[in-house]
Design a protein around this ligand. Structure first.
Ligand code: NOJ
Length: 566
């Protein structure tokens, strides 16, 4: 997966009542078009370390998140995905879990989580947790027991093998975090397998006891009122039991290892049995499963939806994150591909592992306008958008300047070629106060200088800000049936500069026109086949972008969203 980073440079009465509510709501369509809640929802990823620090220790926490629920509601967010907040040694900032059924004290308590879930529910916001299914922390009691002796009760919960020869790992598999994926443990003279950091040993999903334990964890949180999970690194759950060597590819990765095709330790078919079982449990609670499924292959994406859509509701394809230029042709291709897939599309432009969209698409001059353009695109498509905190205010990726400042294990090992992911995990910029209003203490990562110009307080007051634009589009999305459920109909498919499309639901149509160039564009729209003949009534537009008759004039990087009638 490291290669993918490189693409782009607690329970009382409350639980009983939540549980009852969930069970009653099971798979209730959210709208007249038969869509489920997660199809109409706008998701928002929160990296809890960096969102809001309520106790002023420099690290964000759950009470901090609770304090910002009104902000999120007002923005137009319907579901929050909280990156791991479970007890963890924090070697990979929570993706190394040492107890799946608790909250790390640095983030609060189970009571704090319950309060967050309760307050979110009051506001109609679903809470999604990040389920780290592939591996645990090496400090998890399961692993501590597993490594203690070859005969321990949990030995076979992880993947232990003898070396090929003295001092040689069992095979050539490399870790996504650099070096061999095998770690020798002198206590029992065997190696254990880790796809990620050595501190993140892979679970052995071929062991039924592991499955039972993890399905138990899933149920435990669903009973507590969560509305689903983002399944971390789910494609790497299984490995070839015979440990064939992976084919070696030309070149070296950022860590100096020979590149490999992950033929024998990634995307093995056995994962689908597990997904079906996880889904069965999720369905009992009308919960959603979002998959961290890095794929650009539609056949594979379809396999993740499952036969009869019985696996992941929202497998993330990350196709948009592979288009790192403003290219209507490239976006058209990716939209058509996911629209042709067998399940409901998911759109993501940024997350905690990749360079922020503001930097990837920005040209250095029109970055704010381009940030609105990208919002105008992925928030108006047919599918569920997953936002990343700070994207709505134009936060930038700000990588550390010196190796000694790096916190991410990936950057520590990979420096300088791989600077790690600290840059896209900096504190949320709330206002112009010290530390951008994130904390009164020194934040765990420095606040980028851009907080002076890009912050929630200032942007809330400015009707032309990125934040105000997000709010307008999200409001429209929530109130307009065509934007929520309408079909996607591409227009002017050969235009090299303007990406235009309709979203059509019964006799309503929304026109979206996006100028992906730095010069003004006027395009005459061919609506002949759509059955809509009226001129578009402007609903959201940037600058002077406007429709005149069947033509649209767009400012450089301009956005026009308007309503058509029959
Ligand atoms: C994917 C997560 O998004 C990433 O942050 C983490 O380092 C790896 N999985 C390992 O859990």
């Amino acid at each position: 997966m490291q290669g993918k980073f490189h693409w782009i440079l607690g329970c009382g009465l409350l639980c009983v009542s939540l549980l009852t509510a969930s069970a009653q709501d099971t798979a209730k369509p959210a709208d007249p078009g038969g869509h489920q809640w997660w199809q109409n929802a706008v998701f928002y990823e929160i990296y809890p370390r960096s969102f809001a620090d309520s106790n002023n220790d420099g690290i964000g926490d759950l009470n901090g998140v609770t304090s910002k629920l009104d902000y999120l509601k007002n923005l137009g967010v319907d579901a929050i995905w909280i990156s791991p907040c479970f007890p963890s040694p924090q070697k990979d900032f929570g993706y190394d879990v040492s107890d799946y059924e608790n909250i790390d004290p640095m983030y609060g308590t189970l009571a704090d989580f319950d309060r967050l879930a309760r307050e979110a529910k009051k506001r109609g916001i679903h809470v999604i947790l990040d389920f780290v299914v592939n591996h645990t922390s090496d400090q998890h009691p399961w692993f501590l027991d597993s490594k203690s002796s070859r005969a321990s009760a949990h030995r076979d919960w992880y993947i232990w093998r003898d070396g090929k020869a003295a001092g040689q790992p069992p095979n050539n598999w490399i870790s996504d975090f650099g070096g061999s994926a095998w770690q020798f443990d002198p206590t029992t003279n065997q190696y254990y397998y880790h796809m990620f950091e050595a501190a993140q040993p892979d679970l052995n999903w071929r062991n039924p006891a592991v499955k039972d334990a993890m399905f138990g964890v899933e149920r435990w949180w669903l009973k507590r009122g969560v509305s689903g999970f983002r399944l971390d690194a789910v494609d790497t759950l299984f490995e070839d039991p015979d440990l064939h060597d992976n084919p070696v590819l030309p070149g070296k990765n950022a860590f100096g290892d020979a590149k490999e095709e992950n033929k024998y330790n990634d995307k093995l078919p056995e994962v689908h049995d597990v997904l079906r079982q996880l889904r069965k449990i999720a369905d009992e609670y009308d919960a959603v499963l979002i998959g961290e499924t890095w794929t650009d292959d539609i056949a594979e994406l379809n396999r993740y939806y499952g036969d009869g859509n019985n696996e992941l509701q929202l497998p993330m394809d990350f196709l948009f994150t592979t288009v790192n230029k403003l290219s209507p042709a490239e976006f058209r291709k990716q939209i058509a591909a996911v629209n042709g897939a067998s399940g409901w599309p998911t759109f993501v432009i940024s997350n905690h592992d990749i360079v922020r969209s503001y930097n990837r698409y920005g040209d250095g001059e029109h970055n704010d306008q381009i940030a609105k353009l990208m919002a105008g695109l992925y928030l108006t498509l047919r599918g569920t958008p997953i936002m990343y905190y700070g994207e709505e205010i134009g936060m930038t990726t700000t990588p550390p300047a010196r190796k000694e400042d790096v916190k991410d294990p990936l950057g520590i090992t990979g420096w300088p070629e791989e600077k790690g992911r600290d840059g896209e995990r900096t504190p949320m910029q709330w206002n112009e106060d010290e530390n951008a209003g994130f904390s009164k203490a020194t934040p765990w990562l420095p606040v980028p200088p851009s907080y002076k110009t890009h912050n929630v307080a200032d942007e809330s007051r400015d009707p032309d800000s990125i934040l105000s634009f997000y709010k307008k589009v999200l409001k429209l999305r929530h109130t307009n049936r065509a934007l929520l459920n309408g079909d996607y109909i591409p227009l002017n498919e050969n235009d090299p500069n303007v990406l235009a499309y309709l979203r059509v639901y019964k006799n309503q149509a929304m026109l979206v026109a996006l100028n992906m160039s730095g010069v003004e564009q006027t395009v005459s729209l061919d609506l002949s086949k759509s059955g809509f003949s009226s001129a578009a009534k402007s609903l959201v537009a940037t600058g002077n972008s406007a429709a005149i008759g069947h033509a649209v004039t767009l400012d450089p990087y301009g956005v026009f969203i308007g309503q058509l009638t029959k």
